[in-house]
Unconditional design. Structure first.
Lengths: 361, 378
């Protein structure tokens, strides 16, 4: 069985940053990602990135993916793409699946940067073909060039909901409406305003009640909800759509952390169960680090910074603390602090605070 | 601290606690079942759902014939589809001593009216198309054995308890048992409640020694780790559970409702303790063993693996009955067969607790028995 000094699981912004930083410091790094192309969520993000002080503001997500992948390449990170990490076993062993083959990979230190999975909500018909997660629709359109349908109902007005709605319009697909259960739009104003300008109604205090159709989606029933998210009688409305896109948040992909025996806590502000970690991203299991959405749902800018902290700290753990590693960690933490002070950092800050107060052992 | 009363408090929400609780509730007992985590979180949710009457111990055969009768009526009894299917069990013999042992067992089993026989290697091949018969001498086959879904069975029983007026409390750990003059008085929980009750049933599986210790009793159980895996669903290949007792053998079955294969093996040497880590050794070894028996399975993908505890006793048969503390009963030490024993032992233990006498005497499973000859078809 092959053994690597540092294995990074997940090639999104967090994992790529961790791998590049650790390799840059001199670690022998292997990066494993289950997609053909590195970049994680970024490869389908054709929009210019938001964020005020963070890295790459104004650059398209897909271009950030290319920059980060090149950087990892320059530092001679060994990449195993199209390979899933399917298990973490006692004795610091990972199980890797690639096509029909299964093999093992040992590690001394591990960074888990697996990102997040899309949430769903229960409603009759939510298993009909034509009901998608918004991220899946984005992948179909922007990565594979496939139109998911002709007329879409978007459920959820967070950033993902509004951005994907806009990209649907760009692809020539109708967006019948965006429904949002909360009384206010969740996403950034710029993105929501673009939709409204193009005539897409954003219906707040509304939800999807049912998907209609026998073989696949032929329509949707929406309705108003009260302050406690209960449907208001007599407000049902039918929309003729062939696609329902669900953008109701993400949950950290934490399976490997559970398997590692990390202390896990449920922190709603971070999207679900997350591993306790210290300020250097190290979990309660020595030598196992987290970074990015898996450590709490945030955004690409913070994912990259957390990745830098985790990568540098993992290297320090394997070697020793140096001026260089310290500088990387300090500056990344400083930037993280300032991003999280911004108006949209409040939720994550609150979640990270809550997690820090949990007792790891 | 709230105090409440019950006729019987049951510790543990696995198949044993759920089934016994159901039959007790049916006989009119006020039942409170306390589960530390969630139902099926112990061995029950980790088992592969095999059900058979092919044992060597007389009482096990009798209890299992009763259990199979109960399984076959369970859909109606519980108003729940439990995915009971009589696909049989086929124990494979690859050497002469094993064949002789099976022939011995069959003699005993047939005495109880079991429709079991030793079939030839060619007949094995007919029942299991694609079976690798290299070195196979034949097998002990009983078509009335079968399978059911552990989750549906257990949740069905629990729903029944509630329907019959009992209570099921999850996330509630039993933390103490109060006794006076060697008699049960009450049960304490992690939620701060105290339940006053004349009877307590210890159905805590691999943790039942801890429960006994709360009342000052020792029970000779020894948990060990068994691992398992499930494959993707495929078209129906064959019906019976295949059991290969060789030291590098395994056992597996295709779930009738879904098409998934599930299987395990008993590691050599055993892995004692309640460790439930899934290992890389199992995930590489188990598929190899399955494919050796049925080469076609080489094309089927593994979905998931996990581990659970077998709760072994010195003779490999359950420990069921009264304890030296009056009112404290135990039904544990299922030695890897608790799911299949569940319905019958549930009914019999309910009879013992409610009326003092089970319809099939359970003396040979009594906690204070001499642990003698071991069950050969473990
Ligand atoms: C529509 C949309 C718009 C967004 N817009 C912005 C924006 O404008 N600005 C911004 O800052 N953020 C934005 N984000 C958020 C940002 O994309 C994420 O926060 C960021 O990608 C998280 O990075 P990550 O590295 O933690 O995870 P991911 O990018 O999700 O990468 C994780 C990678 O790990 C792989 N993986 C997971 N499990 C395994 C496994 N077991 N084995 C192998 N590989 C595995 C995944 O396939 C994936 O490639 C947006 C998100 C979406 C969905
Ligand atoms: C891999 C594997 C495969 C198996 N295959 C089969 C098979 O094919 N057929 C078969 O018949 N059997 C099989 N078995 C065995 C079977 O799973 C067990 O014998 C059976 O489930 C035992 O049931 P139980 O109710 O006694 O224990 P459990 O299901 O373990 O239930 C005990 C419960 O007690 C709870 N508990 C513990 N302590 C406390 C406390 N202090 N307070 C409250 N609650 C507590 C636990 O949380 C647990 O839920 C298999 C087992 C394994 C591990």
């Amino acid at each position: 069985m092959r053994r690597a000094q540092l294995v990074v699981v997940g090639g999104g912004p967090a994992g790529l940053s961790a791998a590049a930083v650790a390799a840059g410091l001199g670690a022998e790094v292997m990066l494993v990602d289950d997609n053909e192309t590195l970049g994680g969520q970024l490869i389908k993000q054709t929009h210019k990135f938001f964020g005020d002080k963070g890295h790459y503001c104004g650059v398209r997500g897909v271009d950030i993916a290319t920059i980060l992948s090149e950087r990892a390449g320059e530092h001679s990170v060994t990449v195993l793409s199209a390979t899933s990490v399917v298990g973490l076993y006692p004795g610091k062993v990972l199980g890797l699946a690639n096509g029909d083959s299964f093999r093992k990979l040992g590690f001394e230190s591990l960074v888990i940067a697996t990102g997040a999975a899309e949430n769903s909500i229960p409603f009759p018909g939510n298993d009909l073909p034509g009901v998608y997660g918004a991220g899946a629709v984005q992948t179909l359109m922007n990565v594979y060039g496939v139109r998911p349908g002709r007329r879409v109902l978007m459920v959820g007005s967070g950033n993902i909901g509004v951005i994907v709605s806009y990209q649907l319009l760009q692809a020539g697909i109708d967006v019948a409406a965006v429904v949002e259960a909360l009384p206010a739009v969740g996403g950034y104003h710029v993105h929501a305003a673009k939709l409204v300008r193009l005539g897409v109604p954003i219906l707040t205090s509304h939800t999807v009640k049912a998907a209609l159709g026998a073989e696949s989606v032929t329509g949707a029933v929406i309705c108003r909800v009260d302050g406690r998210f209960r449907p208001v009688a007599g407000t049902d409305r039918r929309l003729k759509v062939d696609t329902i896109c669900v953008a109701v948040g993400l949950t950290p992909l934490a399976e490997l952390l559970w398997q590692a025996g990390c202390r896990m806590f449920h922190v709603p502000e971070l999207g679900g169960h997350v591993a306790w970690h210290d300020e250097y991203m190290e979990t309660s299991q020595p030598g196992i680090f987290v970074a990015g959405d898996v450590s709490g749902i945030e955004e690409a800018s913070t994912a990259m910074l957390e990745g830098r902290v985790a990568g540098a700290r993992a290297w320090e753990r394997l070697n020793r603390r140096t001026r260089e590693s310290r500088d990387i960690i300090d500056s990344a933490r400083l930037e993280l602090g300032s991003i999280r002070k911004g108006p949209f950092g409040e939720k994550a800050t609150c979640g990270k605070q809550r997690l820090a107060e949990c007792v790891p052992a | 601290m709230a105090s409440r009363t019950a006729d019987t408090v049951i510790v543990g929400g696995g198949i044993i606690g759920a089934a016994t609780g159901y039959y007790l509730a049916k006989s009119g007992h006020k039942v409170v079942l306390l589960e530390r985590s969630f139902p099926c979180s112990g061995a029950t949710g980790r088992c592969i759902g095999g059900i058979r009457a092919q044992f060597t111990h007389d009482l096990s055969i009798r209890v299992m014939i009763e259990s199979i009768r109960l399984f076959s009526e369970l859909n109606d009894e519980l108003g729940e589809t439990v995915h009971w299917h009589q696909g049989g069990y086929l124990f494979l013999a690859f050497d002469e001593p094993r064949k002789q042992a099976f022939l011995e067992a069959i003699k005993v089993q047939r005495n109880y009216g079991l429709d079991v026989e030793f079939i030839s290697s060619a007949e094995c091949g007919q029942i299991v198309p694609g079976l690798n018969r290299e070195g196979l001498l034949g097998g002990a086959y009983c078509p009335t054995d079968g399978q059911a879904d552990p989750f549906h069975v257990t949740y069905g029983y629990l729903a029944g308890i509630k329907r019959l007026g009992g209570e099921v409390r999850v996330d509630t750990e039993v933390t103490g048992i109060n006794t006076r003059d060697s008699k049960v008085v009450s049960v304490l929980t992690s939620k701060g409640d105290e339940f006053f009750c004349p009877n307590v049933l210890n159905a805590a599986g691999a943790w039942s020694d801890e429960i006994c210790r709360m009342a000052g009793i020792e029970v000779p159980i020894a948990p060990d780790r068994h691992e398992s895996l499930v494959t993707e669903a495929v078209e129906r290949l064959f019906d019976p559970m295949l059991v290969d007792y060789r030291s590098d053998g395994c056992y597996f079955v295709q779930h009738i409702g879904t098409g998934h294969f599930v299987g395990c093996y008993t590691p050599v040497p055993l892995v004692p303790g309640r460790n439930m880590d899934a290992t890389d050794e199992f995930i590489t070894e188990m598929p190899r063993r399955m494919v050796r028996l049925v080469p076609k399975l080489g094309q089927v993908k593994v979905l998931r693996q996990w581990a659970g505890s077998y709760c072994m006793t010195p003779d490999g048969s359950p420990i069921c009955g009264r304890t030296p503390v009056e009112g404290l009963y135990i039904s544990s030490g299922m030695s890897g067969h608790g799911f299949m024993f569940g319905p019958a032992l549930g009914k019999l233990m309910a009879e013992l607790i409610a009326c003092g006498k089970p319809s099939i005497p359970l003396d040979q499973f009594a906690p204070d028995r001499e642990f003698g000859k071991a069950e050969a078809m473990k």
